[in-house]
Design a protein. Sequence first.
Lengths: 216, 215
Amino acid sequence: MDAQTIIAKRIARELREGMLVNLGIGIPTQVANYVPAGMHVFFQSENGLIGTGPVAEEGRIQARLTDAGGRPVTALPGASAFDSAMSFGLIRGGHLDMTVLGGLQIDQHGMLANWMIPGKMVPGMGGAMDLVVGARRVVIAMQHTAKGKSKIVAKCSLPLTSTRPVDLVVTELAVIAFPKGRATLLEIAPGVSVQEVINATEAPLTIPASVPEMVL
Amino acid sequence: MQCISVESAVAMIPDGAILMIGGFMGVGTPERLVDELVRQRKRDLTIIANDNAKPGVGIGKLVSASLVRKTIASHIGLNPDTQQRMIQGSMEVELVPQGTLIERIRAAGFGLGGVLTPTGVGTVVEEGKRKIEVDGREYLLEVALRADFALVQAFLADYEGNLQYALTARNFNPMMAMAADRVIVEAEHIVPVGVIAPDHVATPGPVVDYVVGVA
């Protein structure tokens, strides 16, 4: 299983019946492919849609029905469409159960940086800052390292997205949460040792007595 | 409300104007008005919009034609042309969180001086802004944002200027229609009064100044 599939499948296990969930662009989008059978989850696209369905097949493409990445999508039964003020009212107003976002860096206390690399990449924050501030649960989907360097760091060198700590980080190696503000190893990926995770992580990690393997 | 040609609608817009343009990655952007801005070469524009789309699409056409002095947007990541111009210094970019941008526009249109939002507290977004504490939580004061013209795209416009939008083409359009001195609507269809049921009107006709059709 490749890294992205491990991450998406593990995050899909965080979904619960009836949740309203916003998926960011990239790995987070893939979570929608692994919704447990029989479970009904509402996906929000922040451009103004609840009930976002799979990418539209040829012949069903409709120019006015897209996701936040601009891709033509479908809408599922029970879908609703609304303007951007409503969309961000849902996000900031505490109506969104969970957001899944990509990350560039997470610090040892769970602070996220995911919107710019000064001097290199300045795409803009889009909806990320509102999502981290407003969602009831913030889950980060990202690879553990980039170019051999840990993305889970002691302190973020990149500009923060928010001062609200994230709730869960899922990588291809591990699941990490931040109880009492400390990065704590909750699970390891199949075939990965605790020591391998520690070696790949710059931030100090709290290791509980027992660290189970991810169920995928 | 007046129905006019695209040419005369755009002719009203002077160089240096501040424009709000609806759309999200080009979806819900009034493309004919954008094309006409390019044809008439309106310069030094300030464009308030969610994003800059991509080269060849929507607002991306204005950027590539060097007509934009400044853009206020939440995301420019899919338009390398905007990013390059920003780095070179030939175009000014003000990045605003998406939920804050729509609320600043809504505030202007709804007669408010601004809004208090928790978004951006403790980040670079708070620089130069007033922080206000309400019930123990910190908020940023984000001030209202107005434009000279709003260029709005609607699915249906009736003869009175009542508007109905479609699916994700709605996005910033209804709020922008409230927040500019003059509102120009490009409608996919212009229909007789009554086709849009009163309950389905998302923007009431009296706020619309001009409607241009798509021939």
